[in-house]
Design a protein around this ligand. Structure first.
Ligand code: ZN
Length: 461
């Protein structure tokens, strides 16, 4: 892939290259579509007539699908989902999942409700043939961050202000979910032969328990691509860093502060760990990844000791480490602990041999890196452009659950959704524009149709 560092909003490709790739991808779509139509009358047509007809018919099908997508229906569903609350922490995603289940069952979809914990179900929805395999995988999450202060009205009673819906989750990401539902509904109504899957996890905003449960319990499947419908202002995000939370526990020995040489200070040892982290933070920034930049370290919390006049026998560090897709949190933690042991052993400090370091990876969310030149990304950007977006691509420094899907299903993954991640998500009076929800749904529908026709169609058996 390109070694040029890209930021959100920057185009990845030369226009000329794009034309060639899009043409060949279109031909593949037309071929796949033609084969889905084959079998009876179509076979009796001359080949050239069949080609012309199939291209017309494909366009006609896409137009019918887009025609079905009603912005007011999306706004209604987004409002229903906001009303279902699901603040996290809180463990209350059930009402949101139930509301979504109703929408999908009406369409005749296969809806699996999988409880991660009491009151917290993941939803896995499959439509079309082959249990959705071969088609698009949409990913969303049903939880929202706590409403917090500063709202001009009840955060869970959605209200309209011009083109906007205001309520907790409007942008992150009940609006995006409503757009996915509308797209899948329209595609399935006009083209039931298109395979599609939607996974809606719980607990994305805190520990990603839903996503981790999913990859432990659902077998890897063959998807043509994954679209994470998180808010990107409809920019196609082709790469994101991962995130991991590490905990380091340090055990020493207590003593009276008047005789510190009789103890072993866990806090002095913690200072060694912090110094190592600070040095490594600088080192990883000196060798940054060309697209994703570098990882990051942050010591977020420190807790230890029992009183001012006691040598502390314990100290715990809570650490955030942003990772690149090829980094492994367990290895990062082990390296840190080994370096800390070495450093402490080298210090001429009382009780150094009584210091013990242990640690745990408390949470991990892998990053992902999708080729921005791939057919999948080209298809996504074209779809966005055709429905009125600008088709820009970029990368994220924030983590999202897409990395789990990229790793588990080995599927190309992007993030694309309505709403503004920096200006609206997690803010009071969070809002999203109904026009943007509609544009997102139209783009999702074209992506599902085209990807499903190529990858799930009879061209690949
Ligand atoms: Zn989100």
């Amino acid at each position: 892939m390109s070694a040029v560092r890209q930021t959100q909003g920057a185009a990845f490709r030369q226009a000329q290259d794009k034309e060639v790739r899009v043409d060949s991808f279109r031909q593949a779509q037309d071929e796949a579509f033609r084969q889905t139509q084959g079998g009876s009358a179509a076979e009796s047509l001359a080949v050239s007539e069949a080609e012309a007809t199939s291209a017309d018919t494909r366009e006609a099908l896409e137009a019918r699908v887009l025609e079905r997508i009603d912005p007011e229906a999306i706004a209604q569903l987004a409002s229903d989902l906001i009303r279902a609350e699901s603040e996290n922490p809180g463990g209350t995603e059930e009402a949101t999942a139930q509301r979504l289940g109703v929408s999908f069952r009406v369409m005749g979809a296969q809806v699996d409700v999988d409880y991660v914990e009491p009151g917290r179900p993941n939803l896995v929805v499959r439509m079309g043939p082959n249990n959705g395999e071969g088609g698009i995988l949409f990913l969303g999450h049903s939880d929202v961050v706590p409403a917090g202060e500063g709202w001009s009205g009840d955060p869970f009673i959605p209200r309209r202000e011009g083109d906007d819906i205001i309520g907790r989750g409007a942008t992150d990401m009940k609006g995006g979910i409503a757009s996915v539902v509308a797209a899948m509904h329209a595609v399935n109504a006009e083209a039931p032969e298109i395979p599609m899957t939607f996974v809606c996890t719980v607990d994305e905003e805190v520990d990603a328990r839903g996503a981790r449960h999913y990859i432990q319990t659902v077998s890897p499947a063959n998807y043509a691509g994954c679209v994470v419908a998180e808010p990107t202002s409809l920019v196609t995000i082709t790469a994101a860093r991962g995130a991991t939370n590490l905990r380091v526990d340090i055990e020493g020995a207590s003593a009276h502060a008047g005789k510190p040489e009789e103890g072993a200070s866990a806090i002095y040892a913690a200072a060694d760990v912090i110094a190592l982290i600070e040095a490594d933070h600088k080192a990883i920034h000196d060798t940054a990844h060309p697209v994703l930049g570098s990882g990051d370290w942050n010591v977020g919390m420190i807790e230890g000791g029992h009183g001012t006049s006691i040598v502390p026998d314990r100290c715990t560090l809570s650490i955030d480490r942003r990772t690149l897709p090829d980094e492994h949190p367990e290895a990062i933690l082990e390296q840190l602990l080994d370096a800390a042991r070495t450093r402490t052993a080298e210090k001429d400090r009382p009780g150094a041999d009584r210091i013990h370091f242990t640690g745990e990876v408390e949470m991990t969310m892998p990053g992902f890196l999708t080729d921005p030149e791939s057919d999948f990304v080209c298809c996504v950007r074209d779809a966005v452009r055709e429905v009125g977006g600008n088709g820009d691509a970029g990368v994220w420094s924030a983590a999202c659950e897409g990395g789990f899907m990229a790793q588990h299903h080995k599927t190309p993954t992007i993030v694309l959704g309505p709403g503004d991640i920096t200006g609206q998500a997690h803010q009071p009076d969070e809002r999203v524009s109904v026009t943007e929800l509609h544009t997102a749904a139209r783009a999702f529908a074209l992506i599902a149709l085209r990807i499903g026709a190529v990858a799930g169609g009879p061209t690949q058996g």
